[in-house]
Design a protein. Structure first.
Length: 152
């Protein structure tokens, strides 16, 4: 099987505190699958909605596949997620709690060739939390750099 990229939502880790995660299937059309295999997907500003009773991925942009032919797909249409009924009820209940949202972390293909999306229950970070995380990351980077220089 060909090596397909794993599309990550880096912004989710910056904007949200991740509480729990889950793997779900995603319903795609043929040209969309080919486009995802090429890595032509954006997860920026994407979230999961449970409004219609079914989980839907809202805002995921899948660029048009260049050899798709005459059939035009809307790049930002809602895409249905596939979850077990028990998981669906549990996650929908948790998503409606105040301050929580469900965001996708990554889109990938499993070893059987099925498109999967890893979703996470998340709580939004405040601005000062984001600054604190950036400062901690910079301190870690500086320590690693200093340790590397000391070992030379």
């Amino acid at each position: 099987m060909m090596n397909t990229p794993e599309i990550r939502n880096k912004k989710a880790f910056h904007d949200y505190e991740i509480i729990d995660s889950l793997e779900a299937g995603i319903v795609l059309t043929g040209p969309e699958v080919k486009s995802v295999r090429e890595g032509r997907v954006s997860l920026r500003d994407t979230h999961v909605s449970f409004e219609s009773g079914q989980p839907e991925l809202i805002g995921m942009q899948v660029s048009a596949y260049k050899n798709a032919g005459y059939r035009e797909q809307h790049p930002i249409r809602p895409r249905r997620l596939l979850m077990h009924k028990r998981e669906l009820k549990k996650w929908a209940r948790r998503a409606f709690e105040k301050g929580f949202t469900v965001v996708p972390l990554k889109v990938y293909f499993n070893d059987r060739g099925y498109a999967k999306v890893e979703i996470a229950l998340a709580r939004g970070k405040r601005e000062y939390d984001k600054r604190k995380a950036i400062a901690e990351r910079e301190v870690k980077r500086d320590l690693a750099r200093a340790k590397k220089e000391a070992n030379r």
